[in-house]
Structure formats: structure tokens, C-alpha cells
Write a protein that binds this ligand. Structure first.
Ligand code: PRP
Length: 218
């Protein structure tokens, strides 16, 4: 039996679609209910629906063998697991953003306050990469509000279409990382359940290649 941890929400729907294209029947996973474990005994598959930030935890501890999760969550959680496929969907960017007047002037503000949902990514970017110490303020959502209301100078957050930034007079000041959905695998499962996991990885990779080629041709 393989246990697959899906990130509740849009990523789960796209992951299910991809698994189906790769030849796995996901009828169980598509059941409209509030069940958190959806099992397909015949196929030997069990799906669990987890909060995105918890998917790497389930996979690291082996409660799930495989997970589908955003690179943002992986970078923030820093868990011990194998990242095996970039699925190419759920694309966005992790950026430093702030008032558009600060464009090109990010390095000139001393002792910055930075609001974010991603304190570890923010610390790694400013302290390890930029060699700059900053005050990090952890928020849980609507991060763009912080510089508008004077809570912080800048933010580190996800930018997808850029609409939230634009409509609030903010802009991208630097890009921290390119984000997309990834397949991760528990390190022990990769060896112990290789006969089930390897074919799944291969089938998914094949589908991702087809999708990427279709995008190129479009
Ligand atoms: C995310 C992110 C930005 C927004 C970016 O927020 O934190 O606020 O989407 O998308 P855009 O570039 O297409 O405008 P989400 O909707 O997940 O809610 P949150 O603000 O509560 O985190």
C-alpha cells in the first residue's frame, strides 16, 4: 500500500488529474466528502488530504510515502526527504516586495522590518544570501497589508499574477525563488517500496514531459 499526501486545495486537484493521466485510477481521491483518508484497496493506494504546510512532515516521518507540495513549503519546512519531480504547475515566485518607490533601493534601507508567512525563507535570503540582519515579523495572510499600514518596510511573499501587488501600489523588489509543485518521497520508502514508487515516478515524469512539450508547442 502506498500512501500519498496531497495538499488540500488546488494543488490536490491538479495532482489527482496528473495521476489519472499517468494511469492511476483516482476515483477514491475524488470522493466528495469530509473524509481525510481516501483508500483504494484494489490499487493499493491511500490518499491523505493534509494542510500544505504539513505535507513535508507526513512524508519525512513516513506517515506518507509520497507527497505533492509546493516548493515554497519545502523551502520553508526544510524537511529530510527526496524531491523527485518538478510538476510544472502551481507556478509562482517567492519575492521581496514593497512600495514601488523602493524599486532598485532595497539595499539602501538599514535595519529593515520584513513581514512574511515564510520566516525561514526570509532569514535564509537576507541573513545567509544578502548578509544583512533584518527584523522578521511573522504574519498568517494578507501580507501585502503590512507595508501599506506601516508594520514593515517590505514583505517576502508569493506572487502569482501580480494583481494583489499592483492593486495595492506595491512592486517586486527582488526574486527569492521560482516556485512550483513538487513530488517528494520518504527516504526509507524509496528503498523499501521501490517496486511501487519507481514506476509511479516514471509514469508521472512521462506525463510532465508531455505537458511541457504541449506548452512549448502552444
Ligand atoms: C497569495 C499570496 C498573495 C497572492 C498573490 O495569497 O500570499 O497575497 O496570493 O497572488 P497574485 O499575484 O495572483 O495576486 P492567498 O490568496 O493564498 O491568501 P493570503 O493572502 O491569505 O495568504
Amino acid at each position: 500500500m502506498l500512501t500519498i499526501a496531497l495538499s488540500k486545495g488546488r494543488l490536490a486537484d491538479q495532482a489527482i488529474e496528473l495521476l489519472e493521466k499517468a494511469g492511476y485510477d483516482c476515483t477514491a481521491a475524488k470522493e466528495k466528502s469530509r473524509k481525510l483518508i481516501l483508500e483504494d484497496e484494489k490499487q493499493g493506494l491511500r490518499f491523505i488530504l493534509a494542510k500544505p504546510a504539513d505535507v513535508p512532515t507526513y512524508v519525512e516521518y513516513g506517515a506518507a510515502d509520497i507527497g505533492v507540495v509546493g516548493k515554497d513549503t519545502l523551502l520553508e519546512e526544510g524537511r529530510q526527504l527526496y524531491e523527485v519531480i518538478d510538476l510544472g504547475f502551481g507556478k509562482c515566485r517567492m519575492c521581496v516586495c514593497g512600495p514601488k518607490e523602493l524599486k532598485g533601493k532595497l539595499d539602501t534601507i538599514p535595519n529593515k522590518r520584513v513581514s512574511t508567512k515564510y520566516p525561514n525563507i526570509t532569514r535564509a535570503y537576507f541573513e545567509d544570501y544578502k548578509r544583512e540582519s533584518v527584523e522578521i515579523i511573522k504574519l498568517h495572510g494578507s501580507i501585502e497589508l503590512a507595508p501599506l499600514i506601516g508594520l514593515s518596510d517590505v514583505i517576502v511573499d508569493i506572487v502569482e499574477t501580480g494583481r494583489t501587488l499592483f492593486e495595492n501600489g506595491l512592486d517586486i523588489l527582488d526574486t527569492v525563488a521560482e516556485i512550483s509543485a513538487r513530488v517528494v518521497v520518504n527516504k526509507v520508502s524509496m528503498k523499501m517500496k521501490a517496486s511501487e514508487i519507481k514506476p509511479m515516478i516514471e509514469a508521472l515524469k512521462k506525463q510532465v514531459d508531455i505537458m511541457n512539450n504541449e506548452k512549448k508547442e502552444a
